[in-house]
Design a protein around this ligand. Structure first.
Ligand SMILES: CC(=O)SCCNC(=O)CCNC(=O)[C@H](O)C(C)(C)COP(=O)(O)OP(=O)(O)OC[C@H]1O[C@@H](n2cnc3c(N)ncnc32)[C@H](O)[C@@H]1OP(=O)(O)O
Ligand SMILES: CC(C)C(=O)C(=O)O
Length: 538
């Protein structure tokens, strides 16, 4: 017996063996099979997770897969390397050959035992399947001490038939007996009962480790696996991100974190380095071209994101109010607090503090209303949106002479655009309409009519802050007046509004310059006004 088998056989009752089959069951379900290079890269990543056993291919299936298993066996150290083989002589010999250079190897052979599979697929009796299984296990044992045998479709096999097969397989030399729910049909209670029955009825059952391999057709793969573990199974076959045939396999990260998080309930452990989970998940998703749904447990983009005000307030006060796992446990730096119109004041104040604003710089209730208006318009609000709101607040201080109170533009293909603008100037409000070659020109003309101060626009630049549809528009303009250049900026979700704000920003700078000039002539100190973020070029 080699040391690893001793280790597995001597595994304390509270240790669950993690058997990863991402590169076999997971890979066989991909729309495009993986290259050797890709499999090797993933094998290294999965080894870093510290799985106990790694099933990396089906060597007889193609020359490339044979070489891939061979390469992984040759190069990847840590986990035991396993290959799959039908209960067919050549499959087992090919598998043994591919695994030759592994430091620790396992041959996994299988045959179906359910009436449906025996009758329709294999076209053999249970007795014939048993004979094949015994022959294959014995042959595999000639090459490798560590042989696993699976009763394919065990969950749909009558319990008497299963006991009959398992007893024979252990007698033939299988060290691990796997009882797959091949079609994801069983339920936790049924599956646990099956394990209990085998443990009670098969005389030599203690000579093997019982293993489970669940598919997710009814979304029960993880629940079934954990129920079987509670009933005494000690190996879970699983895949990273739960990839695998049809709806996938039991997800490795979920069982690892259940074992880790619910020690109080299961009193079990695994060797998984949980901090590697998210990194490995990303690699698998990318290399397998199989993205992970955002709300997937443990590894989905949303798994550590809090989006509603009550939850955000809770986690800001104490993370465990809404988090059962620390992000760092799975390799994520921090949780995320997404800002939407479902967010509340606490998270806004917290985010503004993080961005460097002190509470004295804004009125929270007022800022929150502005935030809600923006959030209702945009859906998602980002840090740069909060900064833009702050920035606009500074630009629109009460002592700004000109303030935009209304803007309406219409644009029709092949026709001039029109704009109606209302500006507040102190206590007065004036509106004007104008047409132009585009909505921005029409807006600027309307503003000129109100202020009677036509500006010489020398530069206009529009840029997007943020990405995609939720980006916010920033307009930067340079205007010349009396030989001086003024820079104005405006930010808004609507780019015409951003353009208007940039223009008004310059008008206010000019107005301010006039005030300063007058004050100088009268030798009076002007009131202080802050124009952060706006440069005034001479
Ligand atoms: C539940 C699972 O996930 S099992 C693993 C499934 N994975 C794969 O199938 C991926 C790799 N498979 C392959 O590359 C190919 O299917 C091969 C090389 C295994 C076989 O290819 P082929 O010889 O062309 O046969 P094909 O795949 O069409 O049919 C499967 C044959 O294997 C037989 N078979 C299926 N399972 C077993 C088994 N465990 N033991 C013995 N024979 C089996 C079937 O009855 C069928 O035999 P038949 O040709 O006498 O009817
Ligand atoms: C070969 C076995 C373990 C299998 O993949 C299944 O039954 O799903």
């Amino acid at each position: 017996m080699d040391t690893h088998t001793e280790k597995l056989e001597g595994t304390p009752q509270d240790r669950v063996i993690i058997f990863d089959t991402t590169l076999r069951d997971g890979e066989q379900a991909l729309r495009a099979s993986l290259s050797r290079r890709a499999k090797l890269e993933l094998a290294h990543a999965i080894a870093r997770l510290n799985v106990d056993v790694m099933e990396v291919g089906f060597p007889v299936s193609s020359p490339e897969d044979f070489m891939s298993v061979q390469e992984i066996a040759n190069q990847v150290r840590g986990p035991r390397i396993c290959g799959l083989a039908r209960a067919v002589e050549n499959d087992i010999i090919q598998c043994a050959n591919a695994l030759k250079s592994a430091e620790q190897s396992r041959i996994h052979t299988f045959i179906a035992t359910s009436p449906i599979h025996l009758k329709h697929k294999l076209r053999m009796s249970l007795e014939q399947a048993k004979t094949s299984a015994i022959g294959s296990i014995k042959l595999a044992r000639q090459y490798c001490d560590d042989v696993e045998f699976s009763c394919e479709d065990a969950a749909r096999t009558p319990i008497d038939d299963l006991c009959f097969m398992v007893d024979a397989a252990i007698e033939a030399g299988a060290r691990t007996i796997n009882l797959p729910d091949t079609v994801g049909y069983t339920t936790p209670q049924e599956y646990a009962f099956m394990i209990e029955q085998l443990r009670n009825r098969v005389p030599n059952i203690n000579k093997a480790i019982l293993s489970v391999h669940c598919h997710n057709d009814l979304g029960l793969a993880v629940a079934n696996s954990m129920a079987a573990i509670q009933a005494g199974a000690r190996q879970i076959e699983c895949t990273v991100n739960g990839i695998g045939e049809r709806a996938g396999n039991c997800s490795l990260e979920e069982v690892a974190m259940i074992i880790n998080t619910r020690k109080d309930l299961y009193n079990l452990s695994s060797g998984i380095k949980t901090q590697e989970i998210v990194r490995t998940s990303h690699q698998v998703a990318q290399i397998c071209n199989m993205p992970v749904q955002a709300n997937k447990a443990i590894v989905g983009d949303n798994a550590f994101a809090h989006s509603s005000g009550i939850h955000q307030d809770g986690v800001l006060k104490a993370e465990n109010t809404y988090e059962i796992i620390k992000p760092s446990q799975v390799g994520i730096k921090a949780n995320e607090l997404n800002l939407t119109s479902r967010s509340g004041r606490h998270v806004i104040a917290h985010r503004l503090t993080t961005l460097g604003y002190s509470e004295q710089e804004y009125d929270l209730d007022q800022f929150y209303q502005q935030f809600l208006n923006l959030a209702d318009k945009k859906g998602a609000v980002y840090d740069y949106d909060l900064e833009a709101l702050m920035y606009n607040n500074l630009l629109e201080q009460a002592d700004d002479h000109y303030q935009l109170s209304f803007l309406n533009t219409t644009t029709t293909t092949n026709q001039v655009s029109s704009a109606t603008v209302a500006l507040r100037m102190g206590d007065q409000s004036t509106s004007e309409a104008a047409t132009g070659n585009g909505p921005v020109e029409a807006t600027y003309k309307a503003i000129n009519r109100i202020t009677n101060t036509p500006l010489n626009l020398v530069q206009y630049q529009l840029s997007a802050k943020g990405e995609g549809e939720s980006a916010i528009g920033q307009v930067d303009i340079v205007v010349e007046s009396a030989g001086q250049r003024y820079h104005g900026a405006g930010l808004a979700t609507d780019i015409v509004e951003a353009s208007a704000k940039a223009y008004i920003n310059v008008l206010n700078l000019l107005h301010r310059a006039e005030q300063i000039e007058q004050a100088k002539q009268q030798n009076v100190k002007p009131t202080q006004t802050s124009h952060q973020g706006v440069s005034h070029e001479a």
